[in-house]
Write a protein that binds this ligand. Sequence first.
Ligand SMILES: Nc1ncnc2c1ncn2[C@@H]1O[C@H](COP(=O)(O)OP(=O)(O)O)[C@@H](O)[C@H]1O
Ligand SMILES: C[C@@](O)(CCOP(=O)(O)O)CC(=O)O
Ligand SMILES: [Mg+2]
Length: 327
Amino acid sequence: MVTSSAPGKVYLFGEHAVVYGEPAVPCAIERRVHVTATEIDEGLRIHANDLQLDGFTVEYSGDGESHPDVDVAESLVEAGMGYVNEAVAQARDAADAPEAGFEISVEGDIPLGAGLGSSAALVVAAIDAATRELGVELPASEIADRAYQVEHEVQDGQASRADTFCSAMGGAVRVEGDDCRRLDGIDTLPFVIGYDGGAGDTGALVAGVRDLRGKYGFAADTVTAIGDIVREGEAVLGTGDYERLGELMDFNHGLLSALGVSSRSLDSMVWAARDADAHGAKLTGAGGGGCIVALDETDDALTALKYTPGCEDVFRAELDTDGVRQE
Ligand SMILES: Nc1ncnc2c1ncn2[C@@H]1O[C@H](COP(=O)(O)OP(=O)(O)O)[C@@H](O)[C@H]1O
Ligand SMILES: C[C@@](O)(CCOP(=O)(O)O)CC(=O)O
Ligand SMILES: [Mg+2]
């Protein structure tokens, strides 16, 4: 039996645009998914107590064919099983053990579908735990690559390498197409996260941006402009100039909003943080609902968000310099 964990992330800059080859800077946070893998004779049994959908807590176990008997959209359950099925397929492939059976248990403290990268953390931790259980230790870069293949597959060909690379390596990273690297010397950033209790459909939101980008030249220009913000932002990152970083985060949020991926509750949390004098605030991840990230080393944004209607949870998230690890 092996347990591995991997962190979630926030995007300082660049989500969505990264899908079209612009750079992005995601940062790992100290919220993790833990996956325990135990080799069994054959098949796949999955326990995922965290798969909370519309207030239901679901525990399912399946062999990839059967479905749990729960009153939630089958597509959501299939997606949840899909990530684990594909991660296990990658582990079998990496360990050259095509017939290996597994019991997989998943638990974590990252809200699902909220822009904090729970899917990437799940896949990265699952590949690490399952390969180690088979006696194979993969380098983090290979786990990142295999986890990307999984997200790409499960999300219908719509995924960048950003989430999976960040979760595997930890820290602040920079991803531009296939070029993925860790940014050295970034040990701390004062992240405050506001969560509206909701979730966005990553695939549908990415498809919406893709359609707008195809339809209007100015939408394609907006995607390029997000890339410009990232290029400006990465130059500022090492200086610790939170004022400028915040200004760029605000601009990034405006452009994401123009691309149609914000929501009323995300906007209201962003404005609550700004009104409380955070350096800046933006949605993180696919959007539609879920989380915002603000930059504030005081408790002011934290307190303001606590009293913001529509904000269900607020917490400080430390930058996690550790990526995937065995527990
Ligand atoms: N702890 C978990 N247990 C089961 N499934 C999970 C878990 N964490 C993530 N998932 C899967 O990942 C999906 C969320 O991924 P996604 O929509 O990309 O949002 P995000 O990555 O921002 O959380 C969930 O709907 C579920 O299918
Ligand atoms: C919108 C996107 O840039 C990030 C999605 O992040 P999340 O799954 O919502 O945490 C998609 C991607 O990069 O694969
Ligand atoms: Mg995801």
